[in-house]
Design a binder for this molecule. Sequence first.
Ligand code: TRH
Length: 377
Amino acid sequence: MPVLSWDIFCTVIDNYGDIGVCWRLARQLAAERCEPVRLWVDDLHSFARIAPQIDPALAAQTRDGVDVRHWSAHWDEVVPHRVVIEAFACEIPPLFRQAMAAASPPPAWINLEYLSAESWIDDCHGMASPQPPLRKHFFFPGFTPRSGGLLAERALSAQRDAFVADPVAQAAFRHEAGLSIDEGALTVSLFAYENPALPAWLDALASGECAVHVLVPEGRVLDSVAGWAGRPLTRGETLRRGALALSVLPFVAQPDYDPLLWSCDINFIRGEDSFVRAQWAARPLLWHIYPQQDDAHLVKLEAWLTRYCEGLSPAAAASVRQMHRVWNGAGDGIGEAWQTYVAALPEIRAHARRWADRLAALGDLTSNLARFCESLL
Ligand code: TRH
């Protein structure tokens, strides 16, 4: 008999991060804990972009062992599972909440929060909020032993290391993706929002001395790249300017994104889920943080930089900080920042591996969450 069972509620605010996190958590619970998981999602079309096996026309479907439900305005009576997760403070349906209150014992009710490296997370992680006759608890992902940790499948590090050590697997991946990477070029994946620093960065790459191959999955940043190129760019094509080659890749299913990160020397990532995957890739990364009002995101960026840069030499740390600030609109001079960053790459690369190992020691979020819920029931 399974010990726990799970309802996860997800509203798609924008982009793919909300559903990206919920889908990863749901799949991991089903695959590794073999427990019943029901995932309620309000926007199945966005979901289908990262999980092509999802049929947006279906109200209910089982995919990867997860009972996926379309969360529509019409709500039928449902018996809640033992754990109910509202992701990112979405509001669960009132009728479902009534059913939770009527259950005996009531389910563990969790608000899964956004990821941040800020220190207040540690004090708020696990806190209870009375909602008579229920109690809700806040679960914070994070970078410290007092937080909930980060999502990571049990086999992830081993899969990464096997891929990196296996030229045949790498060649197969490149073949599948229709990718031919220029010999000796610095390989960079680019997943970002629209970014005013982009044109000057691409100019710097094109006029630089070192060959760089930029791989851009289709998505928001591609319009900015096309603006710089002066013409639309299509999937599969490679544009060349000076030392720069830039190839447009298809947007792939979520599990297929990892090998791309493992294949690159530097990964530009954004939001929350790709940010976490790039850290698990154990490669240098550049985070385009989700912009918030009043520059609140810059505080979060600095909090993460402070943790991440610990253990780097002052010069390498300064280059990581400066490149992040400029990429996120909090500084100028991307050409110079890039040069300094590239010069420090050997050290940053070794550091990225140590950082991934350090994070792995925190235990993964799904196991931490299950342990926490067991303690509540
Ligand atoms: O898409 P994001 O920008 O998402 C979010 C949301 O905007 C959210 O509202 C916001 O609060 C949050 O960011 C901080 O970035 P993220 O989180 O990296 O999610 C992208 C997902 O898309 C991730 O699960 C990886 C996946 N992906 C693919 O499945 N295939 C691909 O080819 C690529 C490039 C990404």
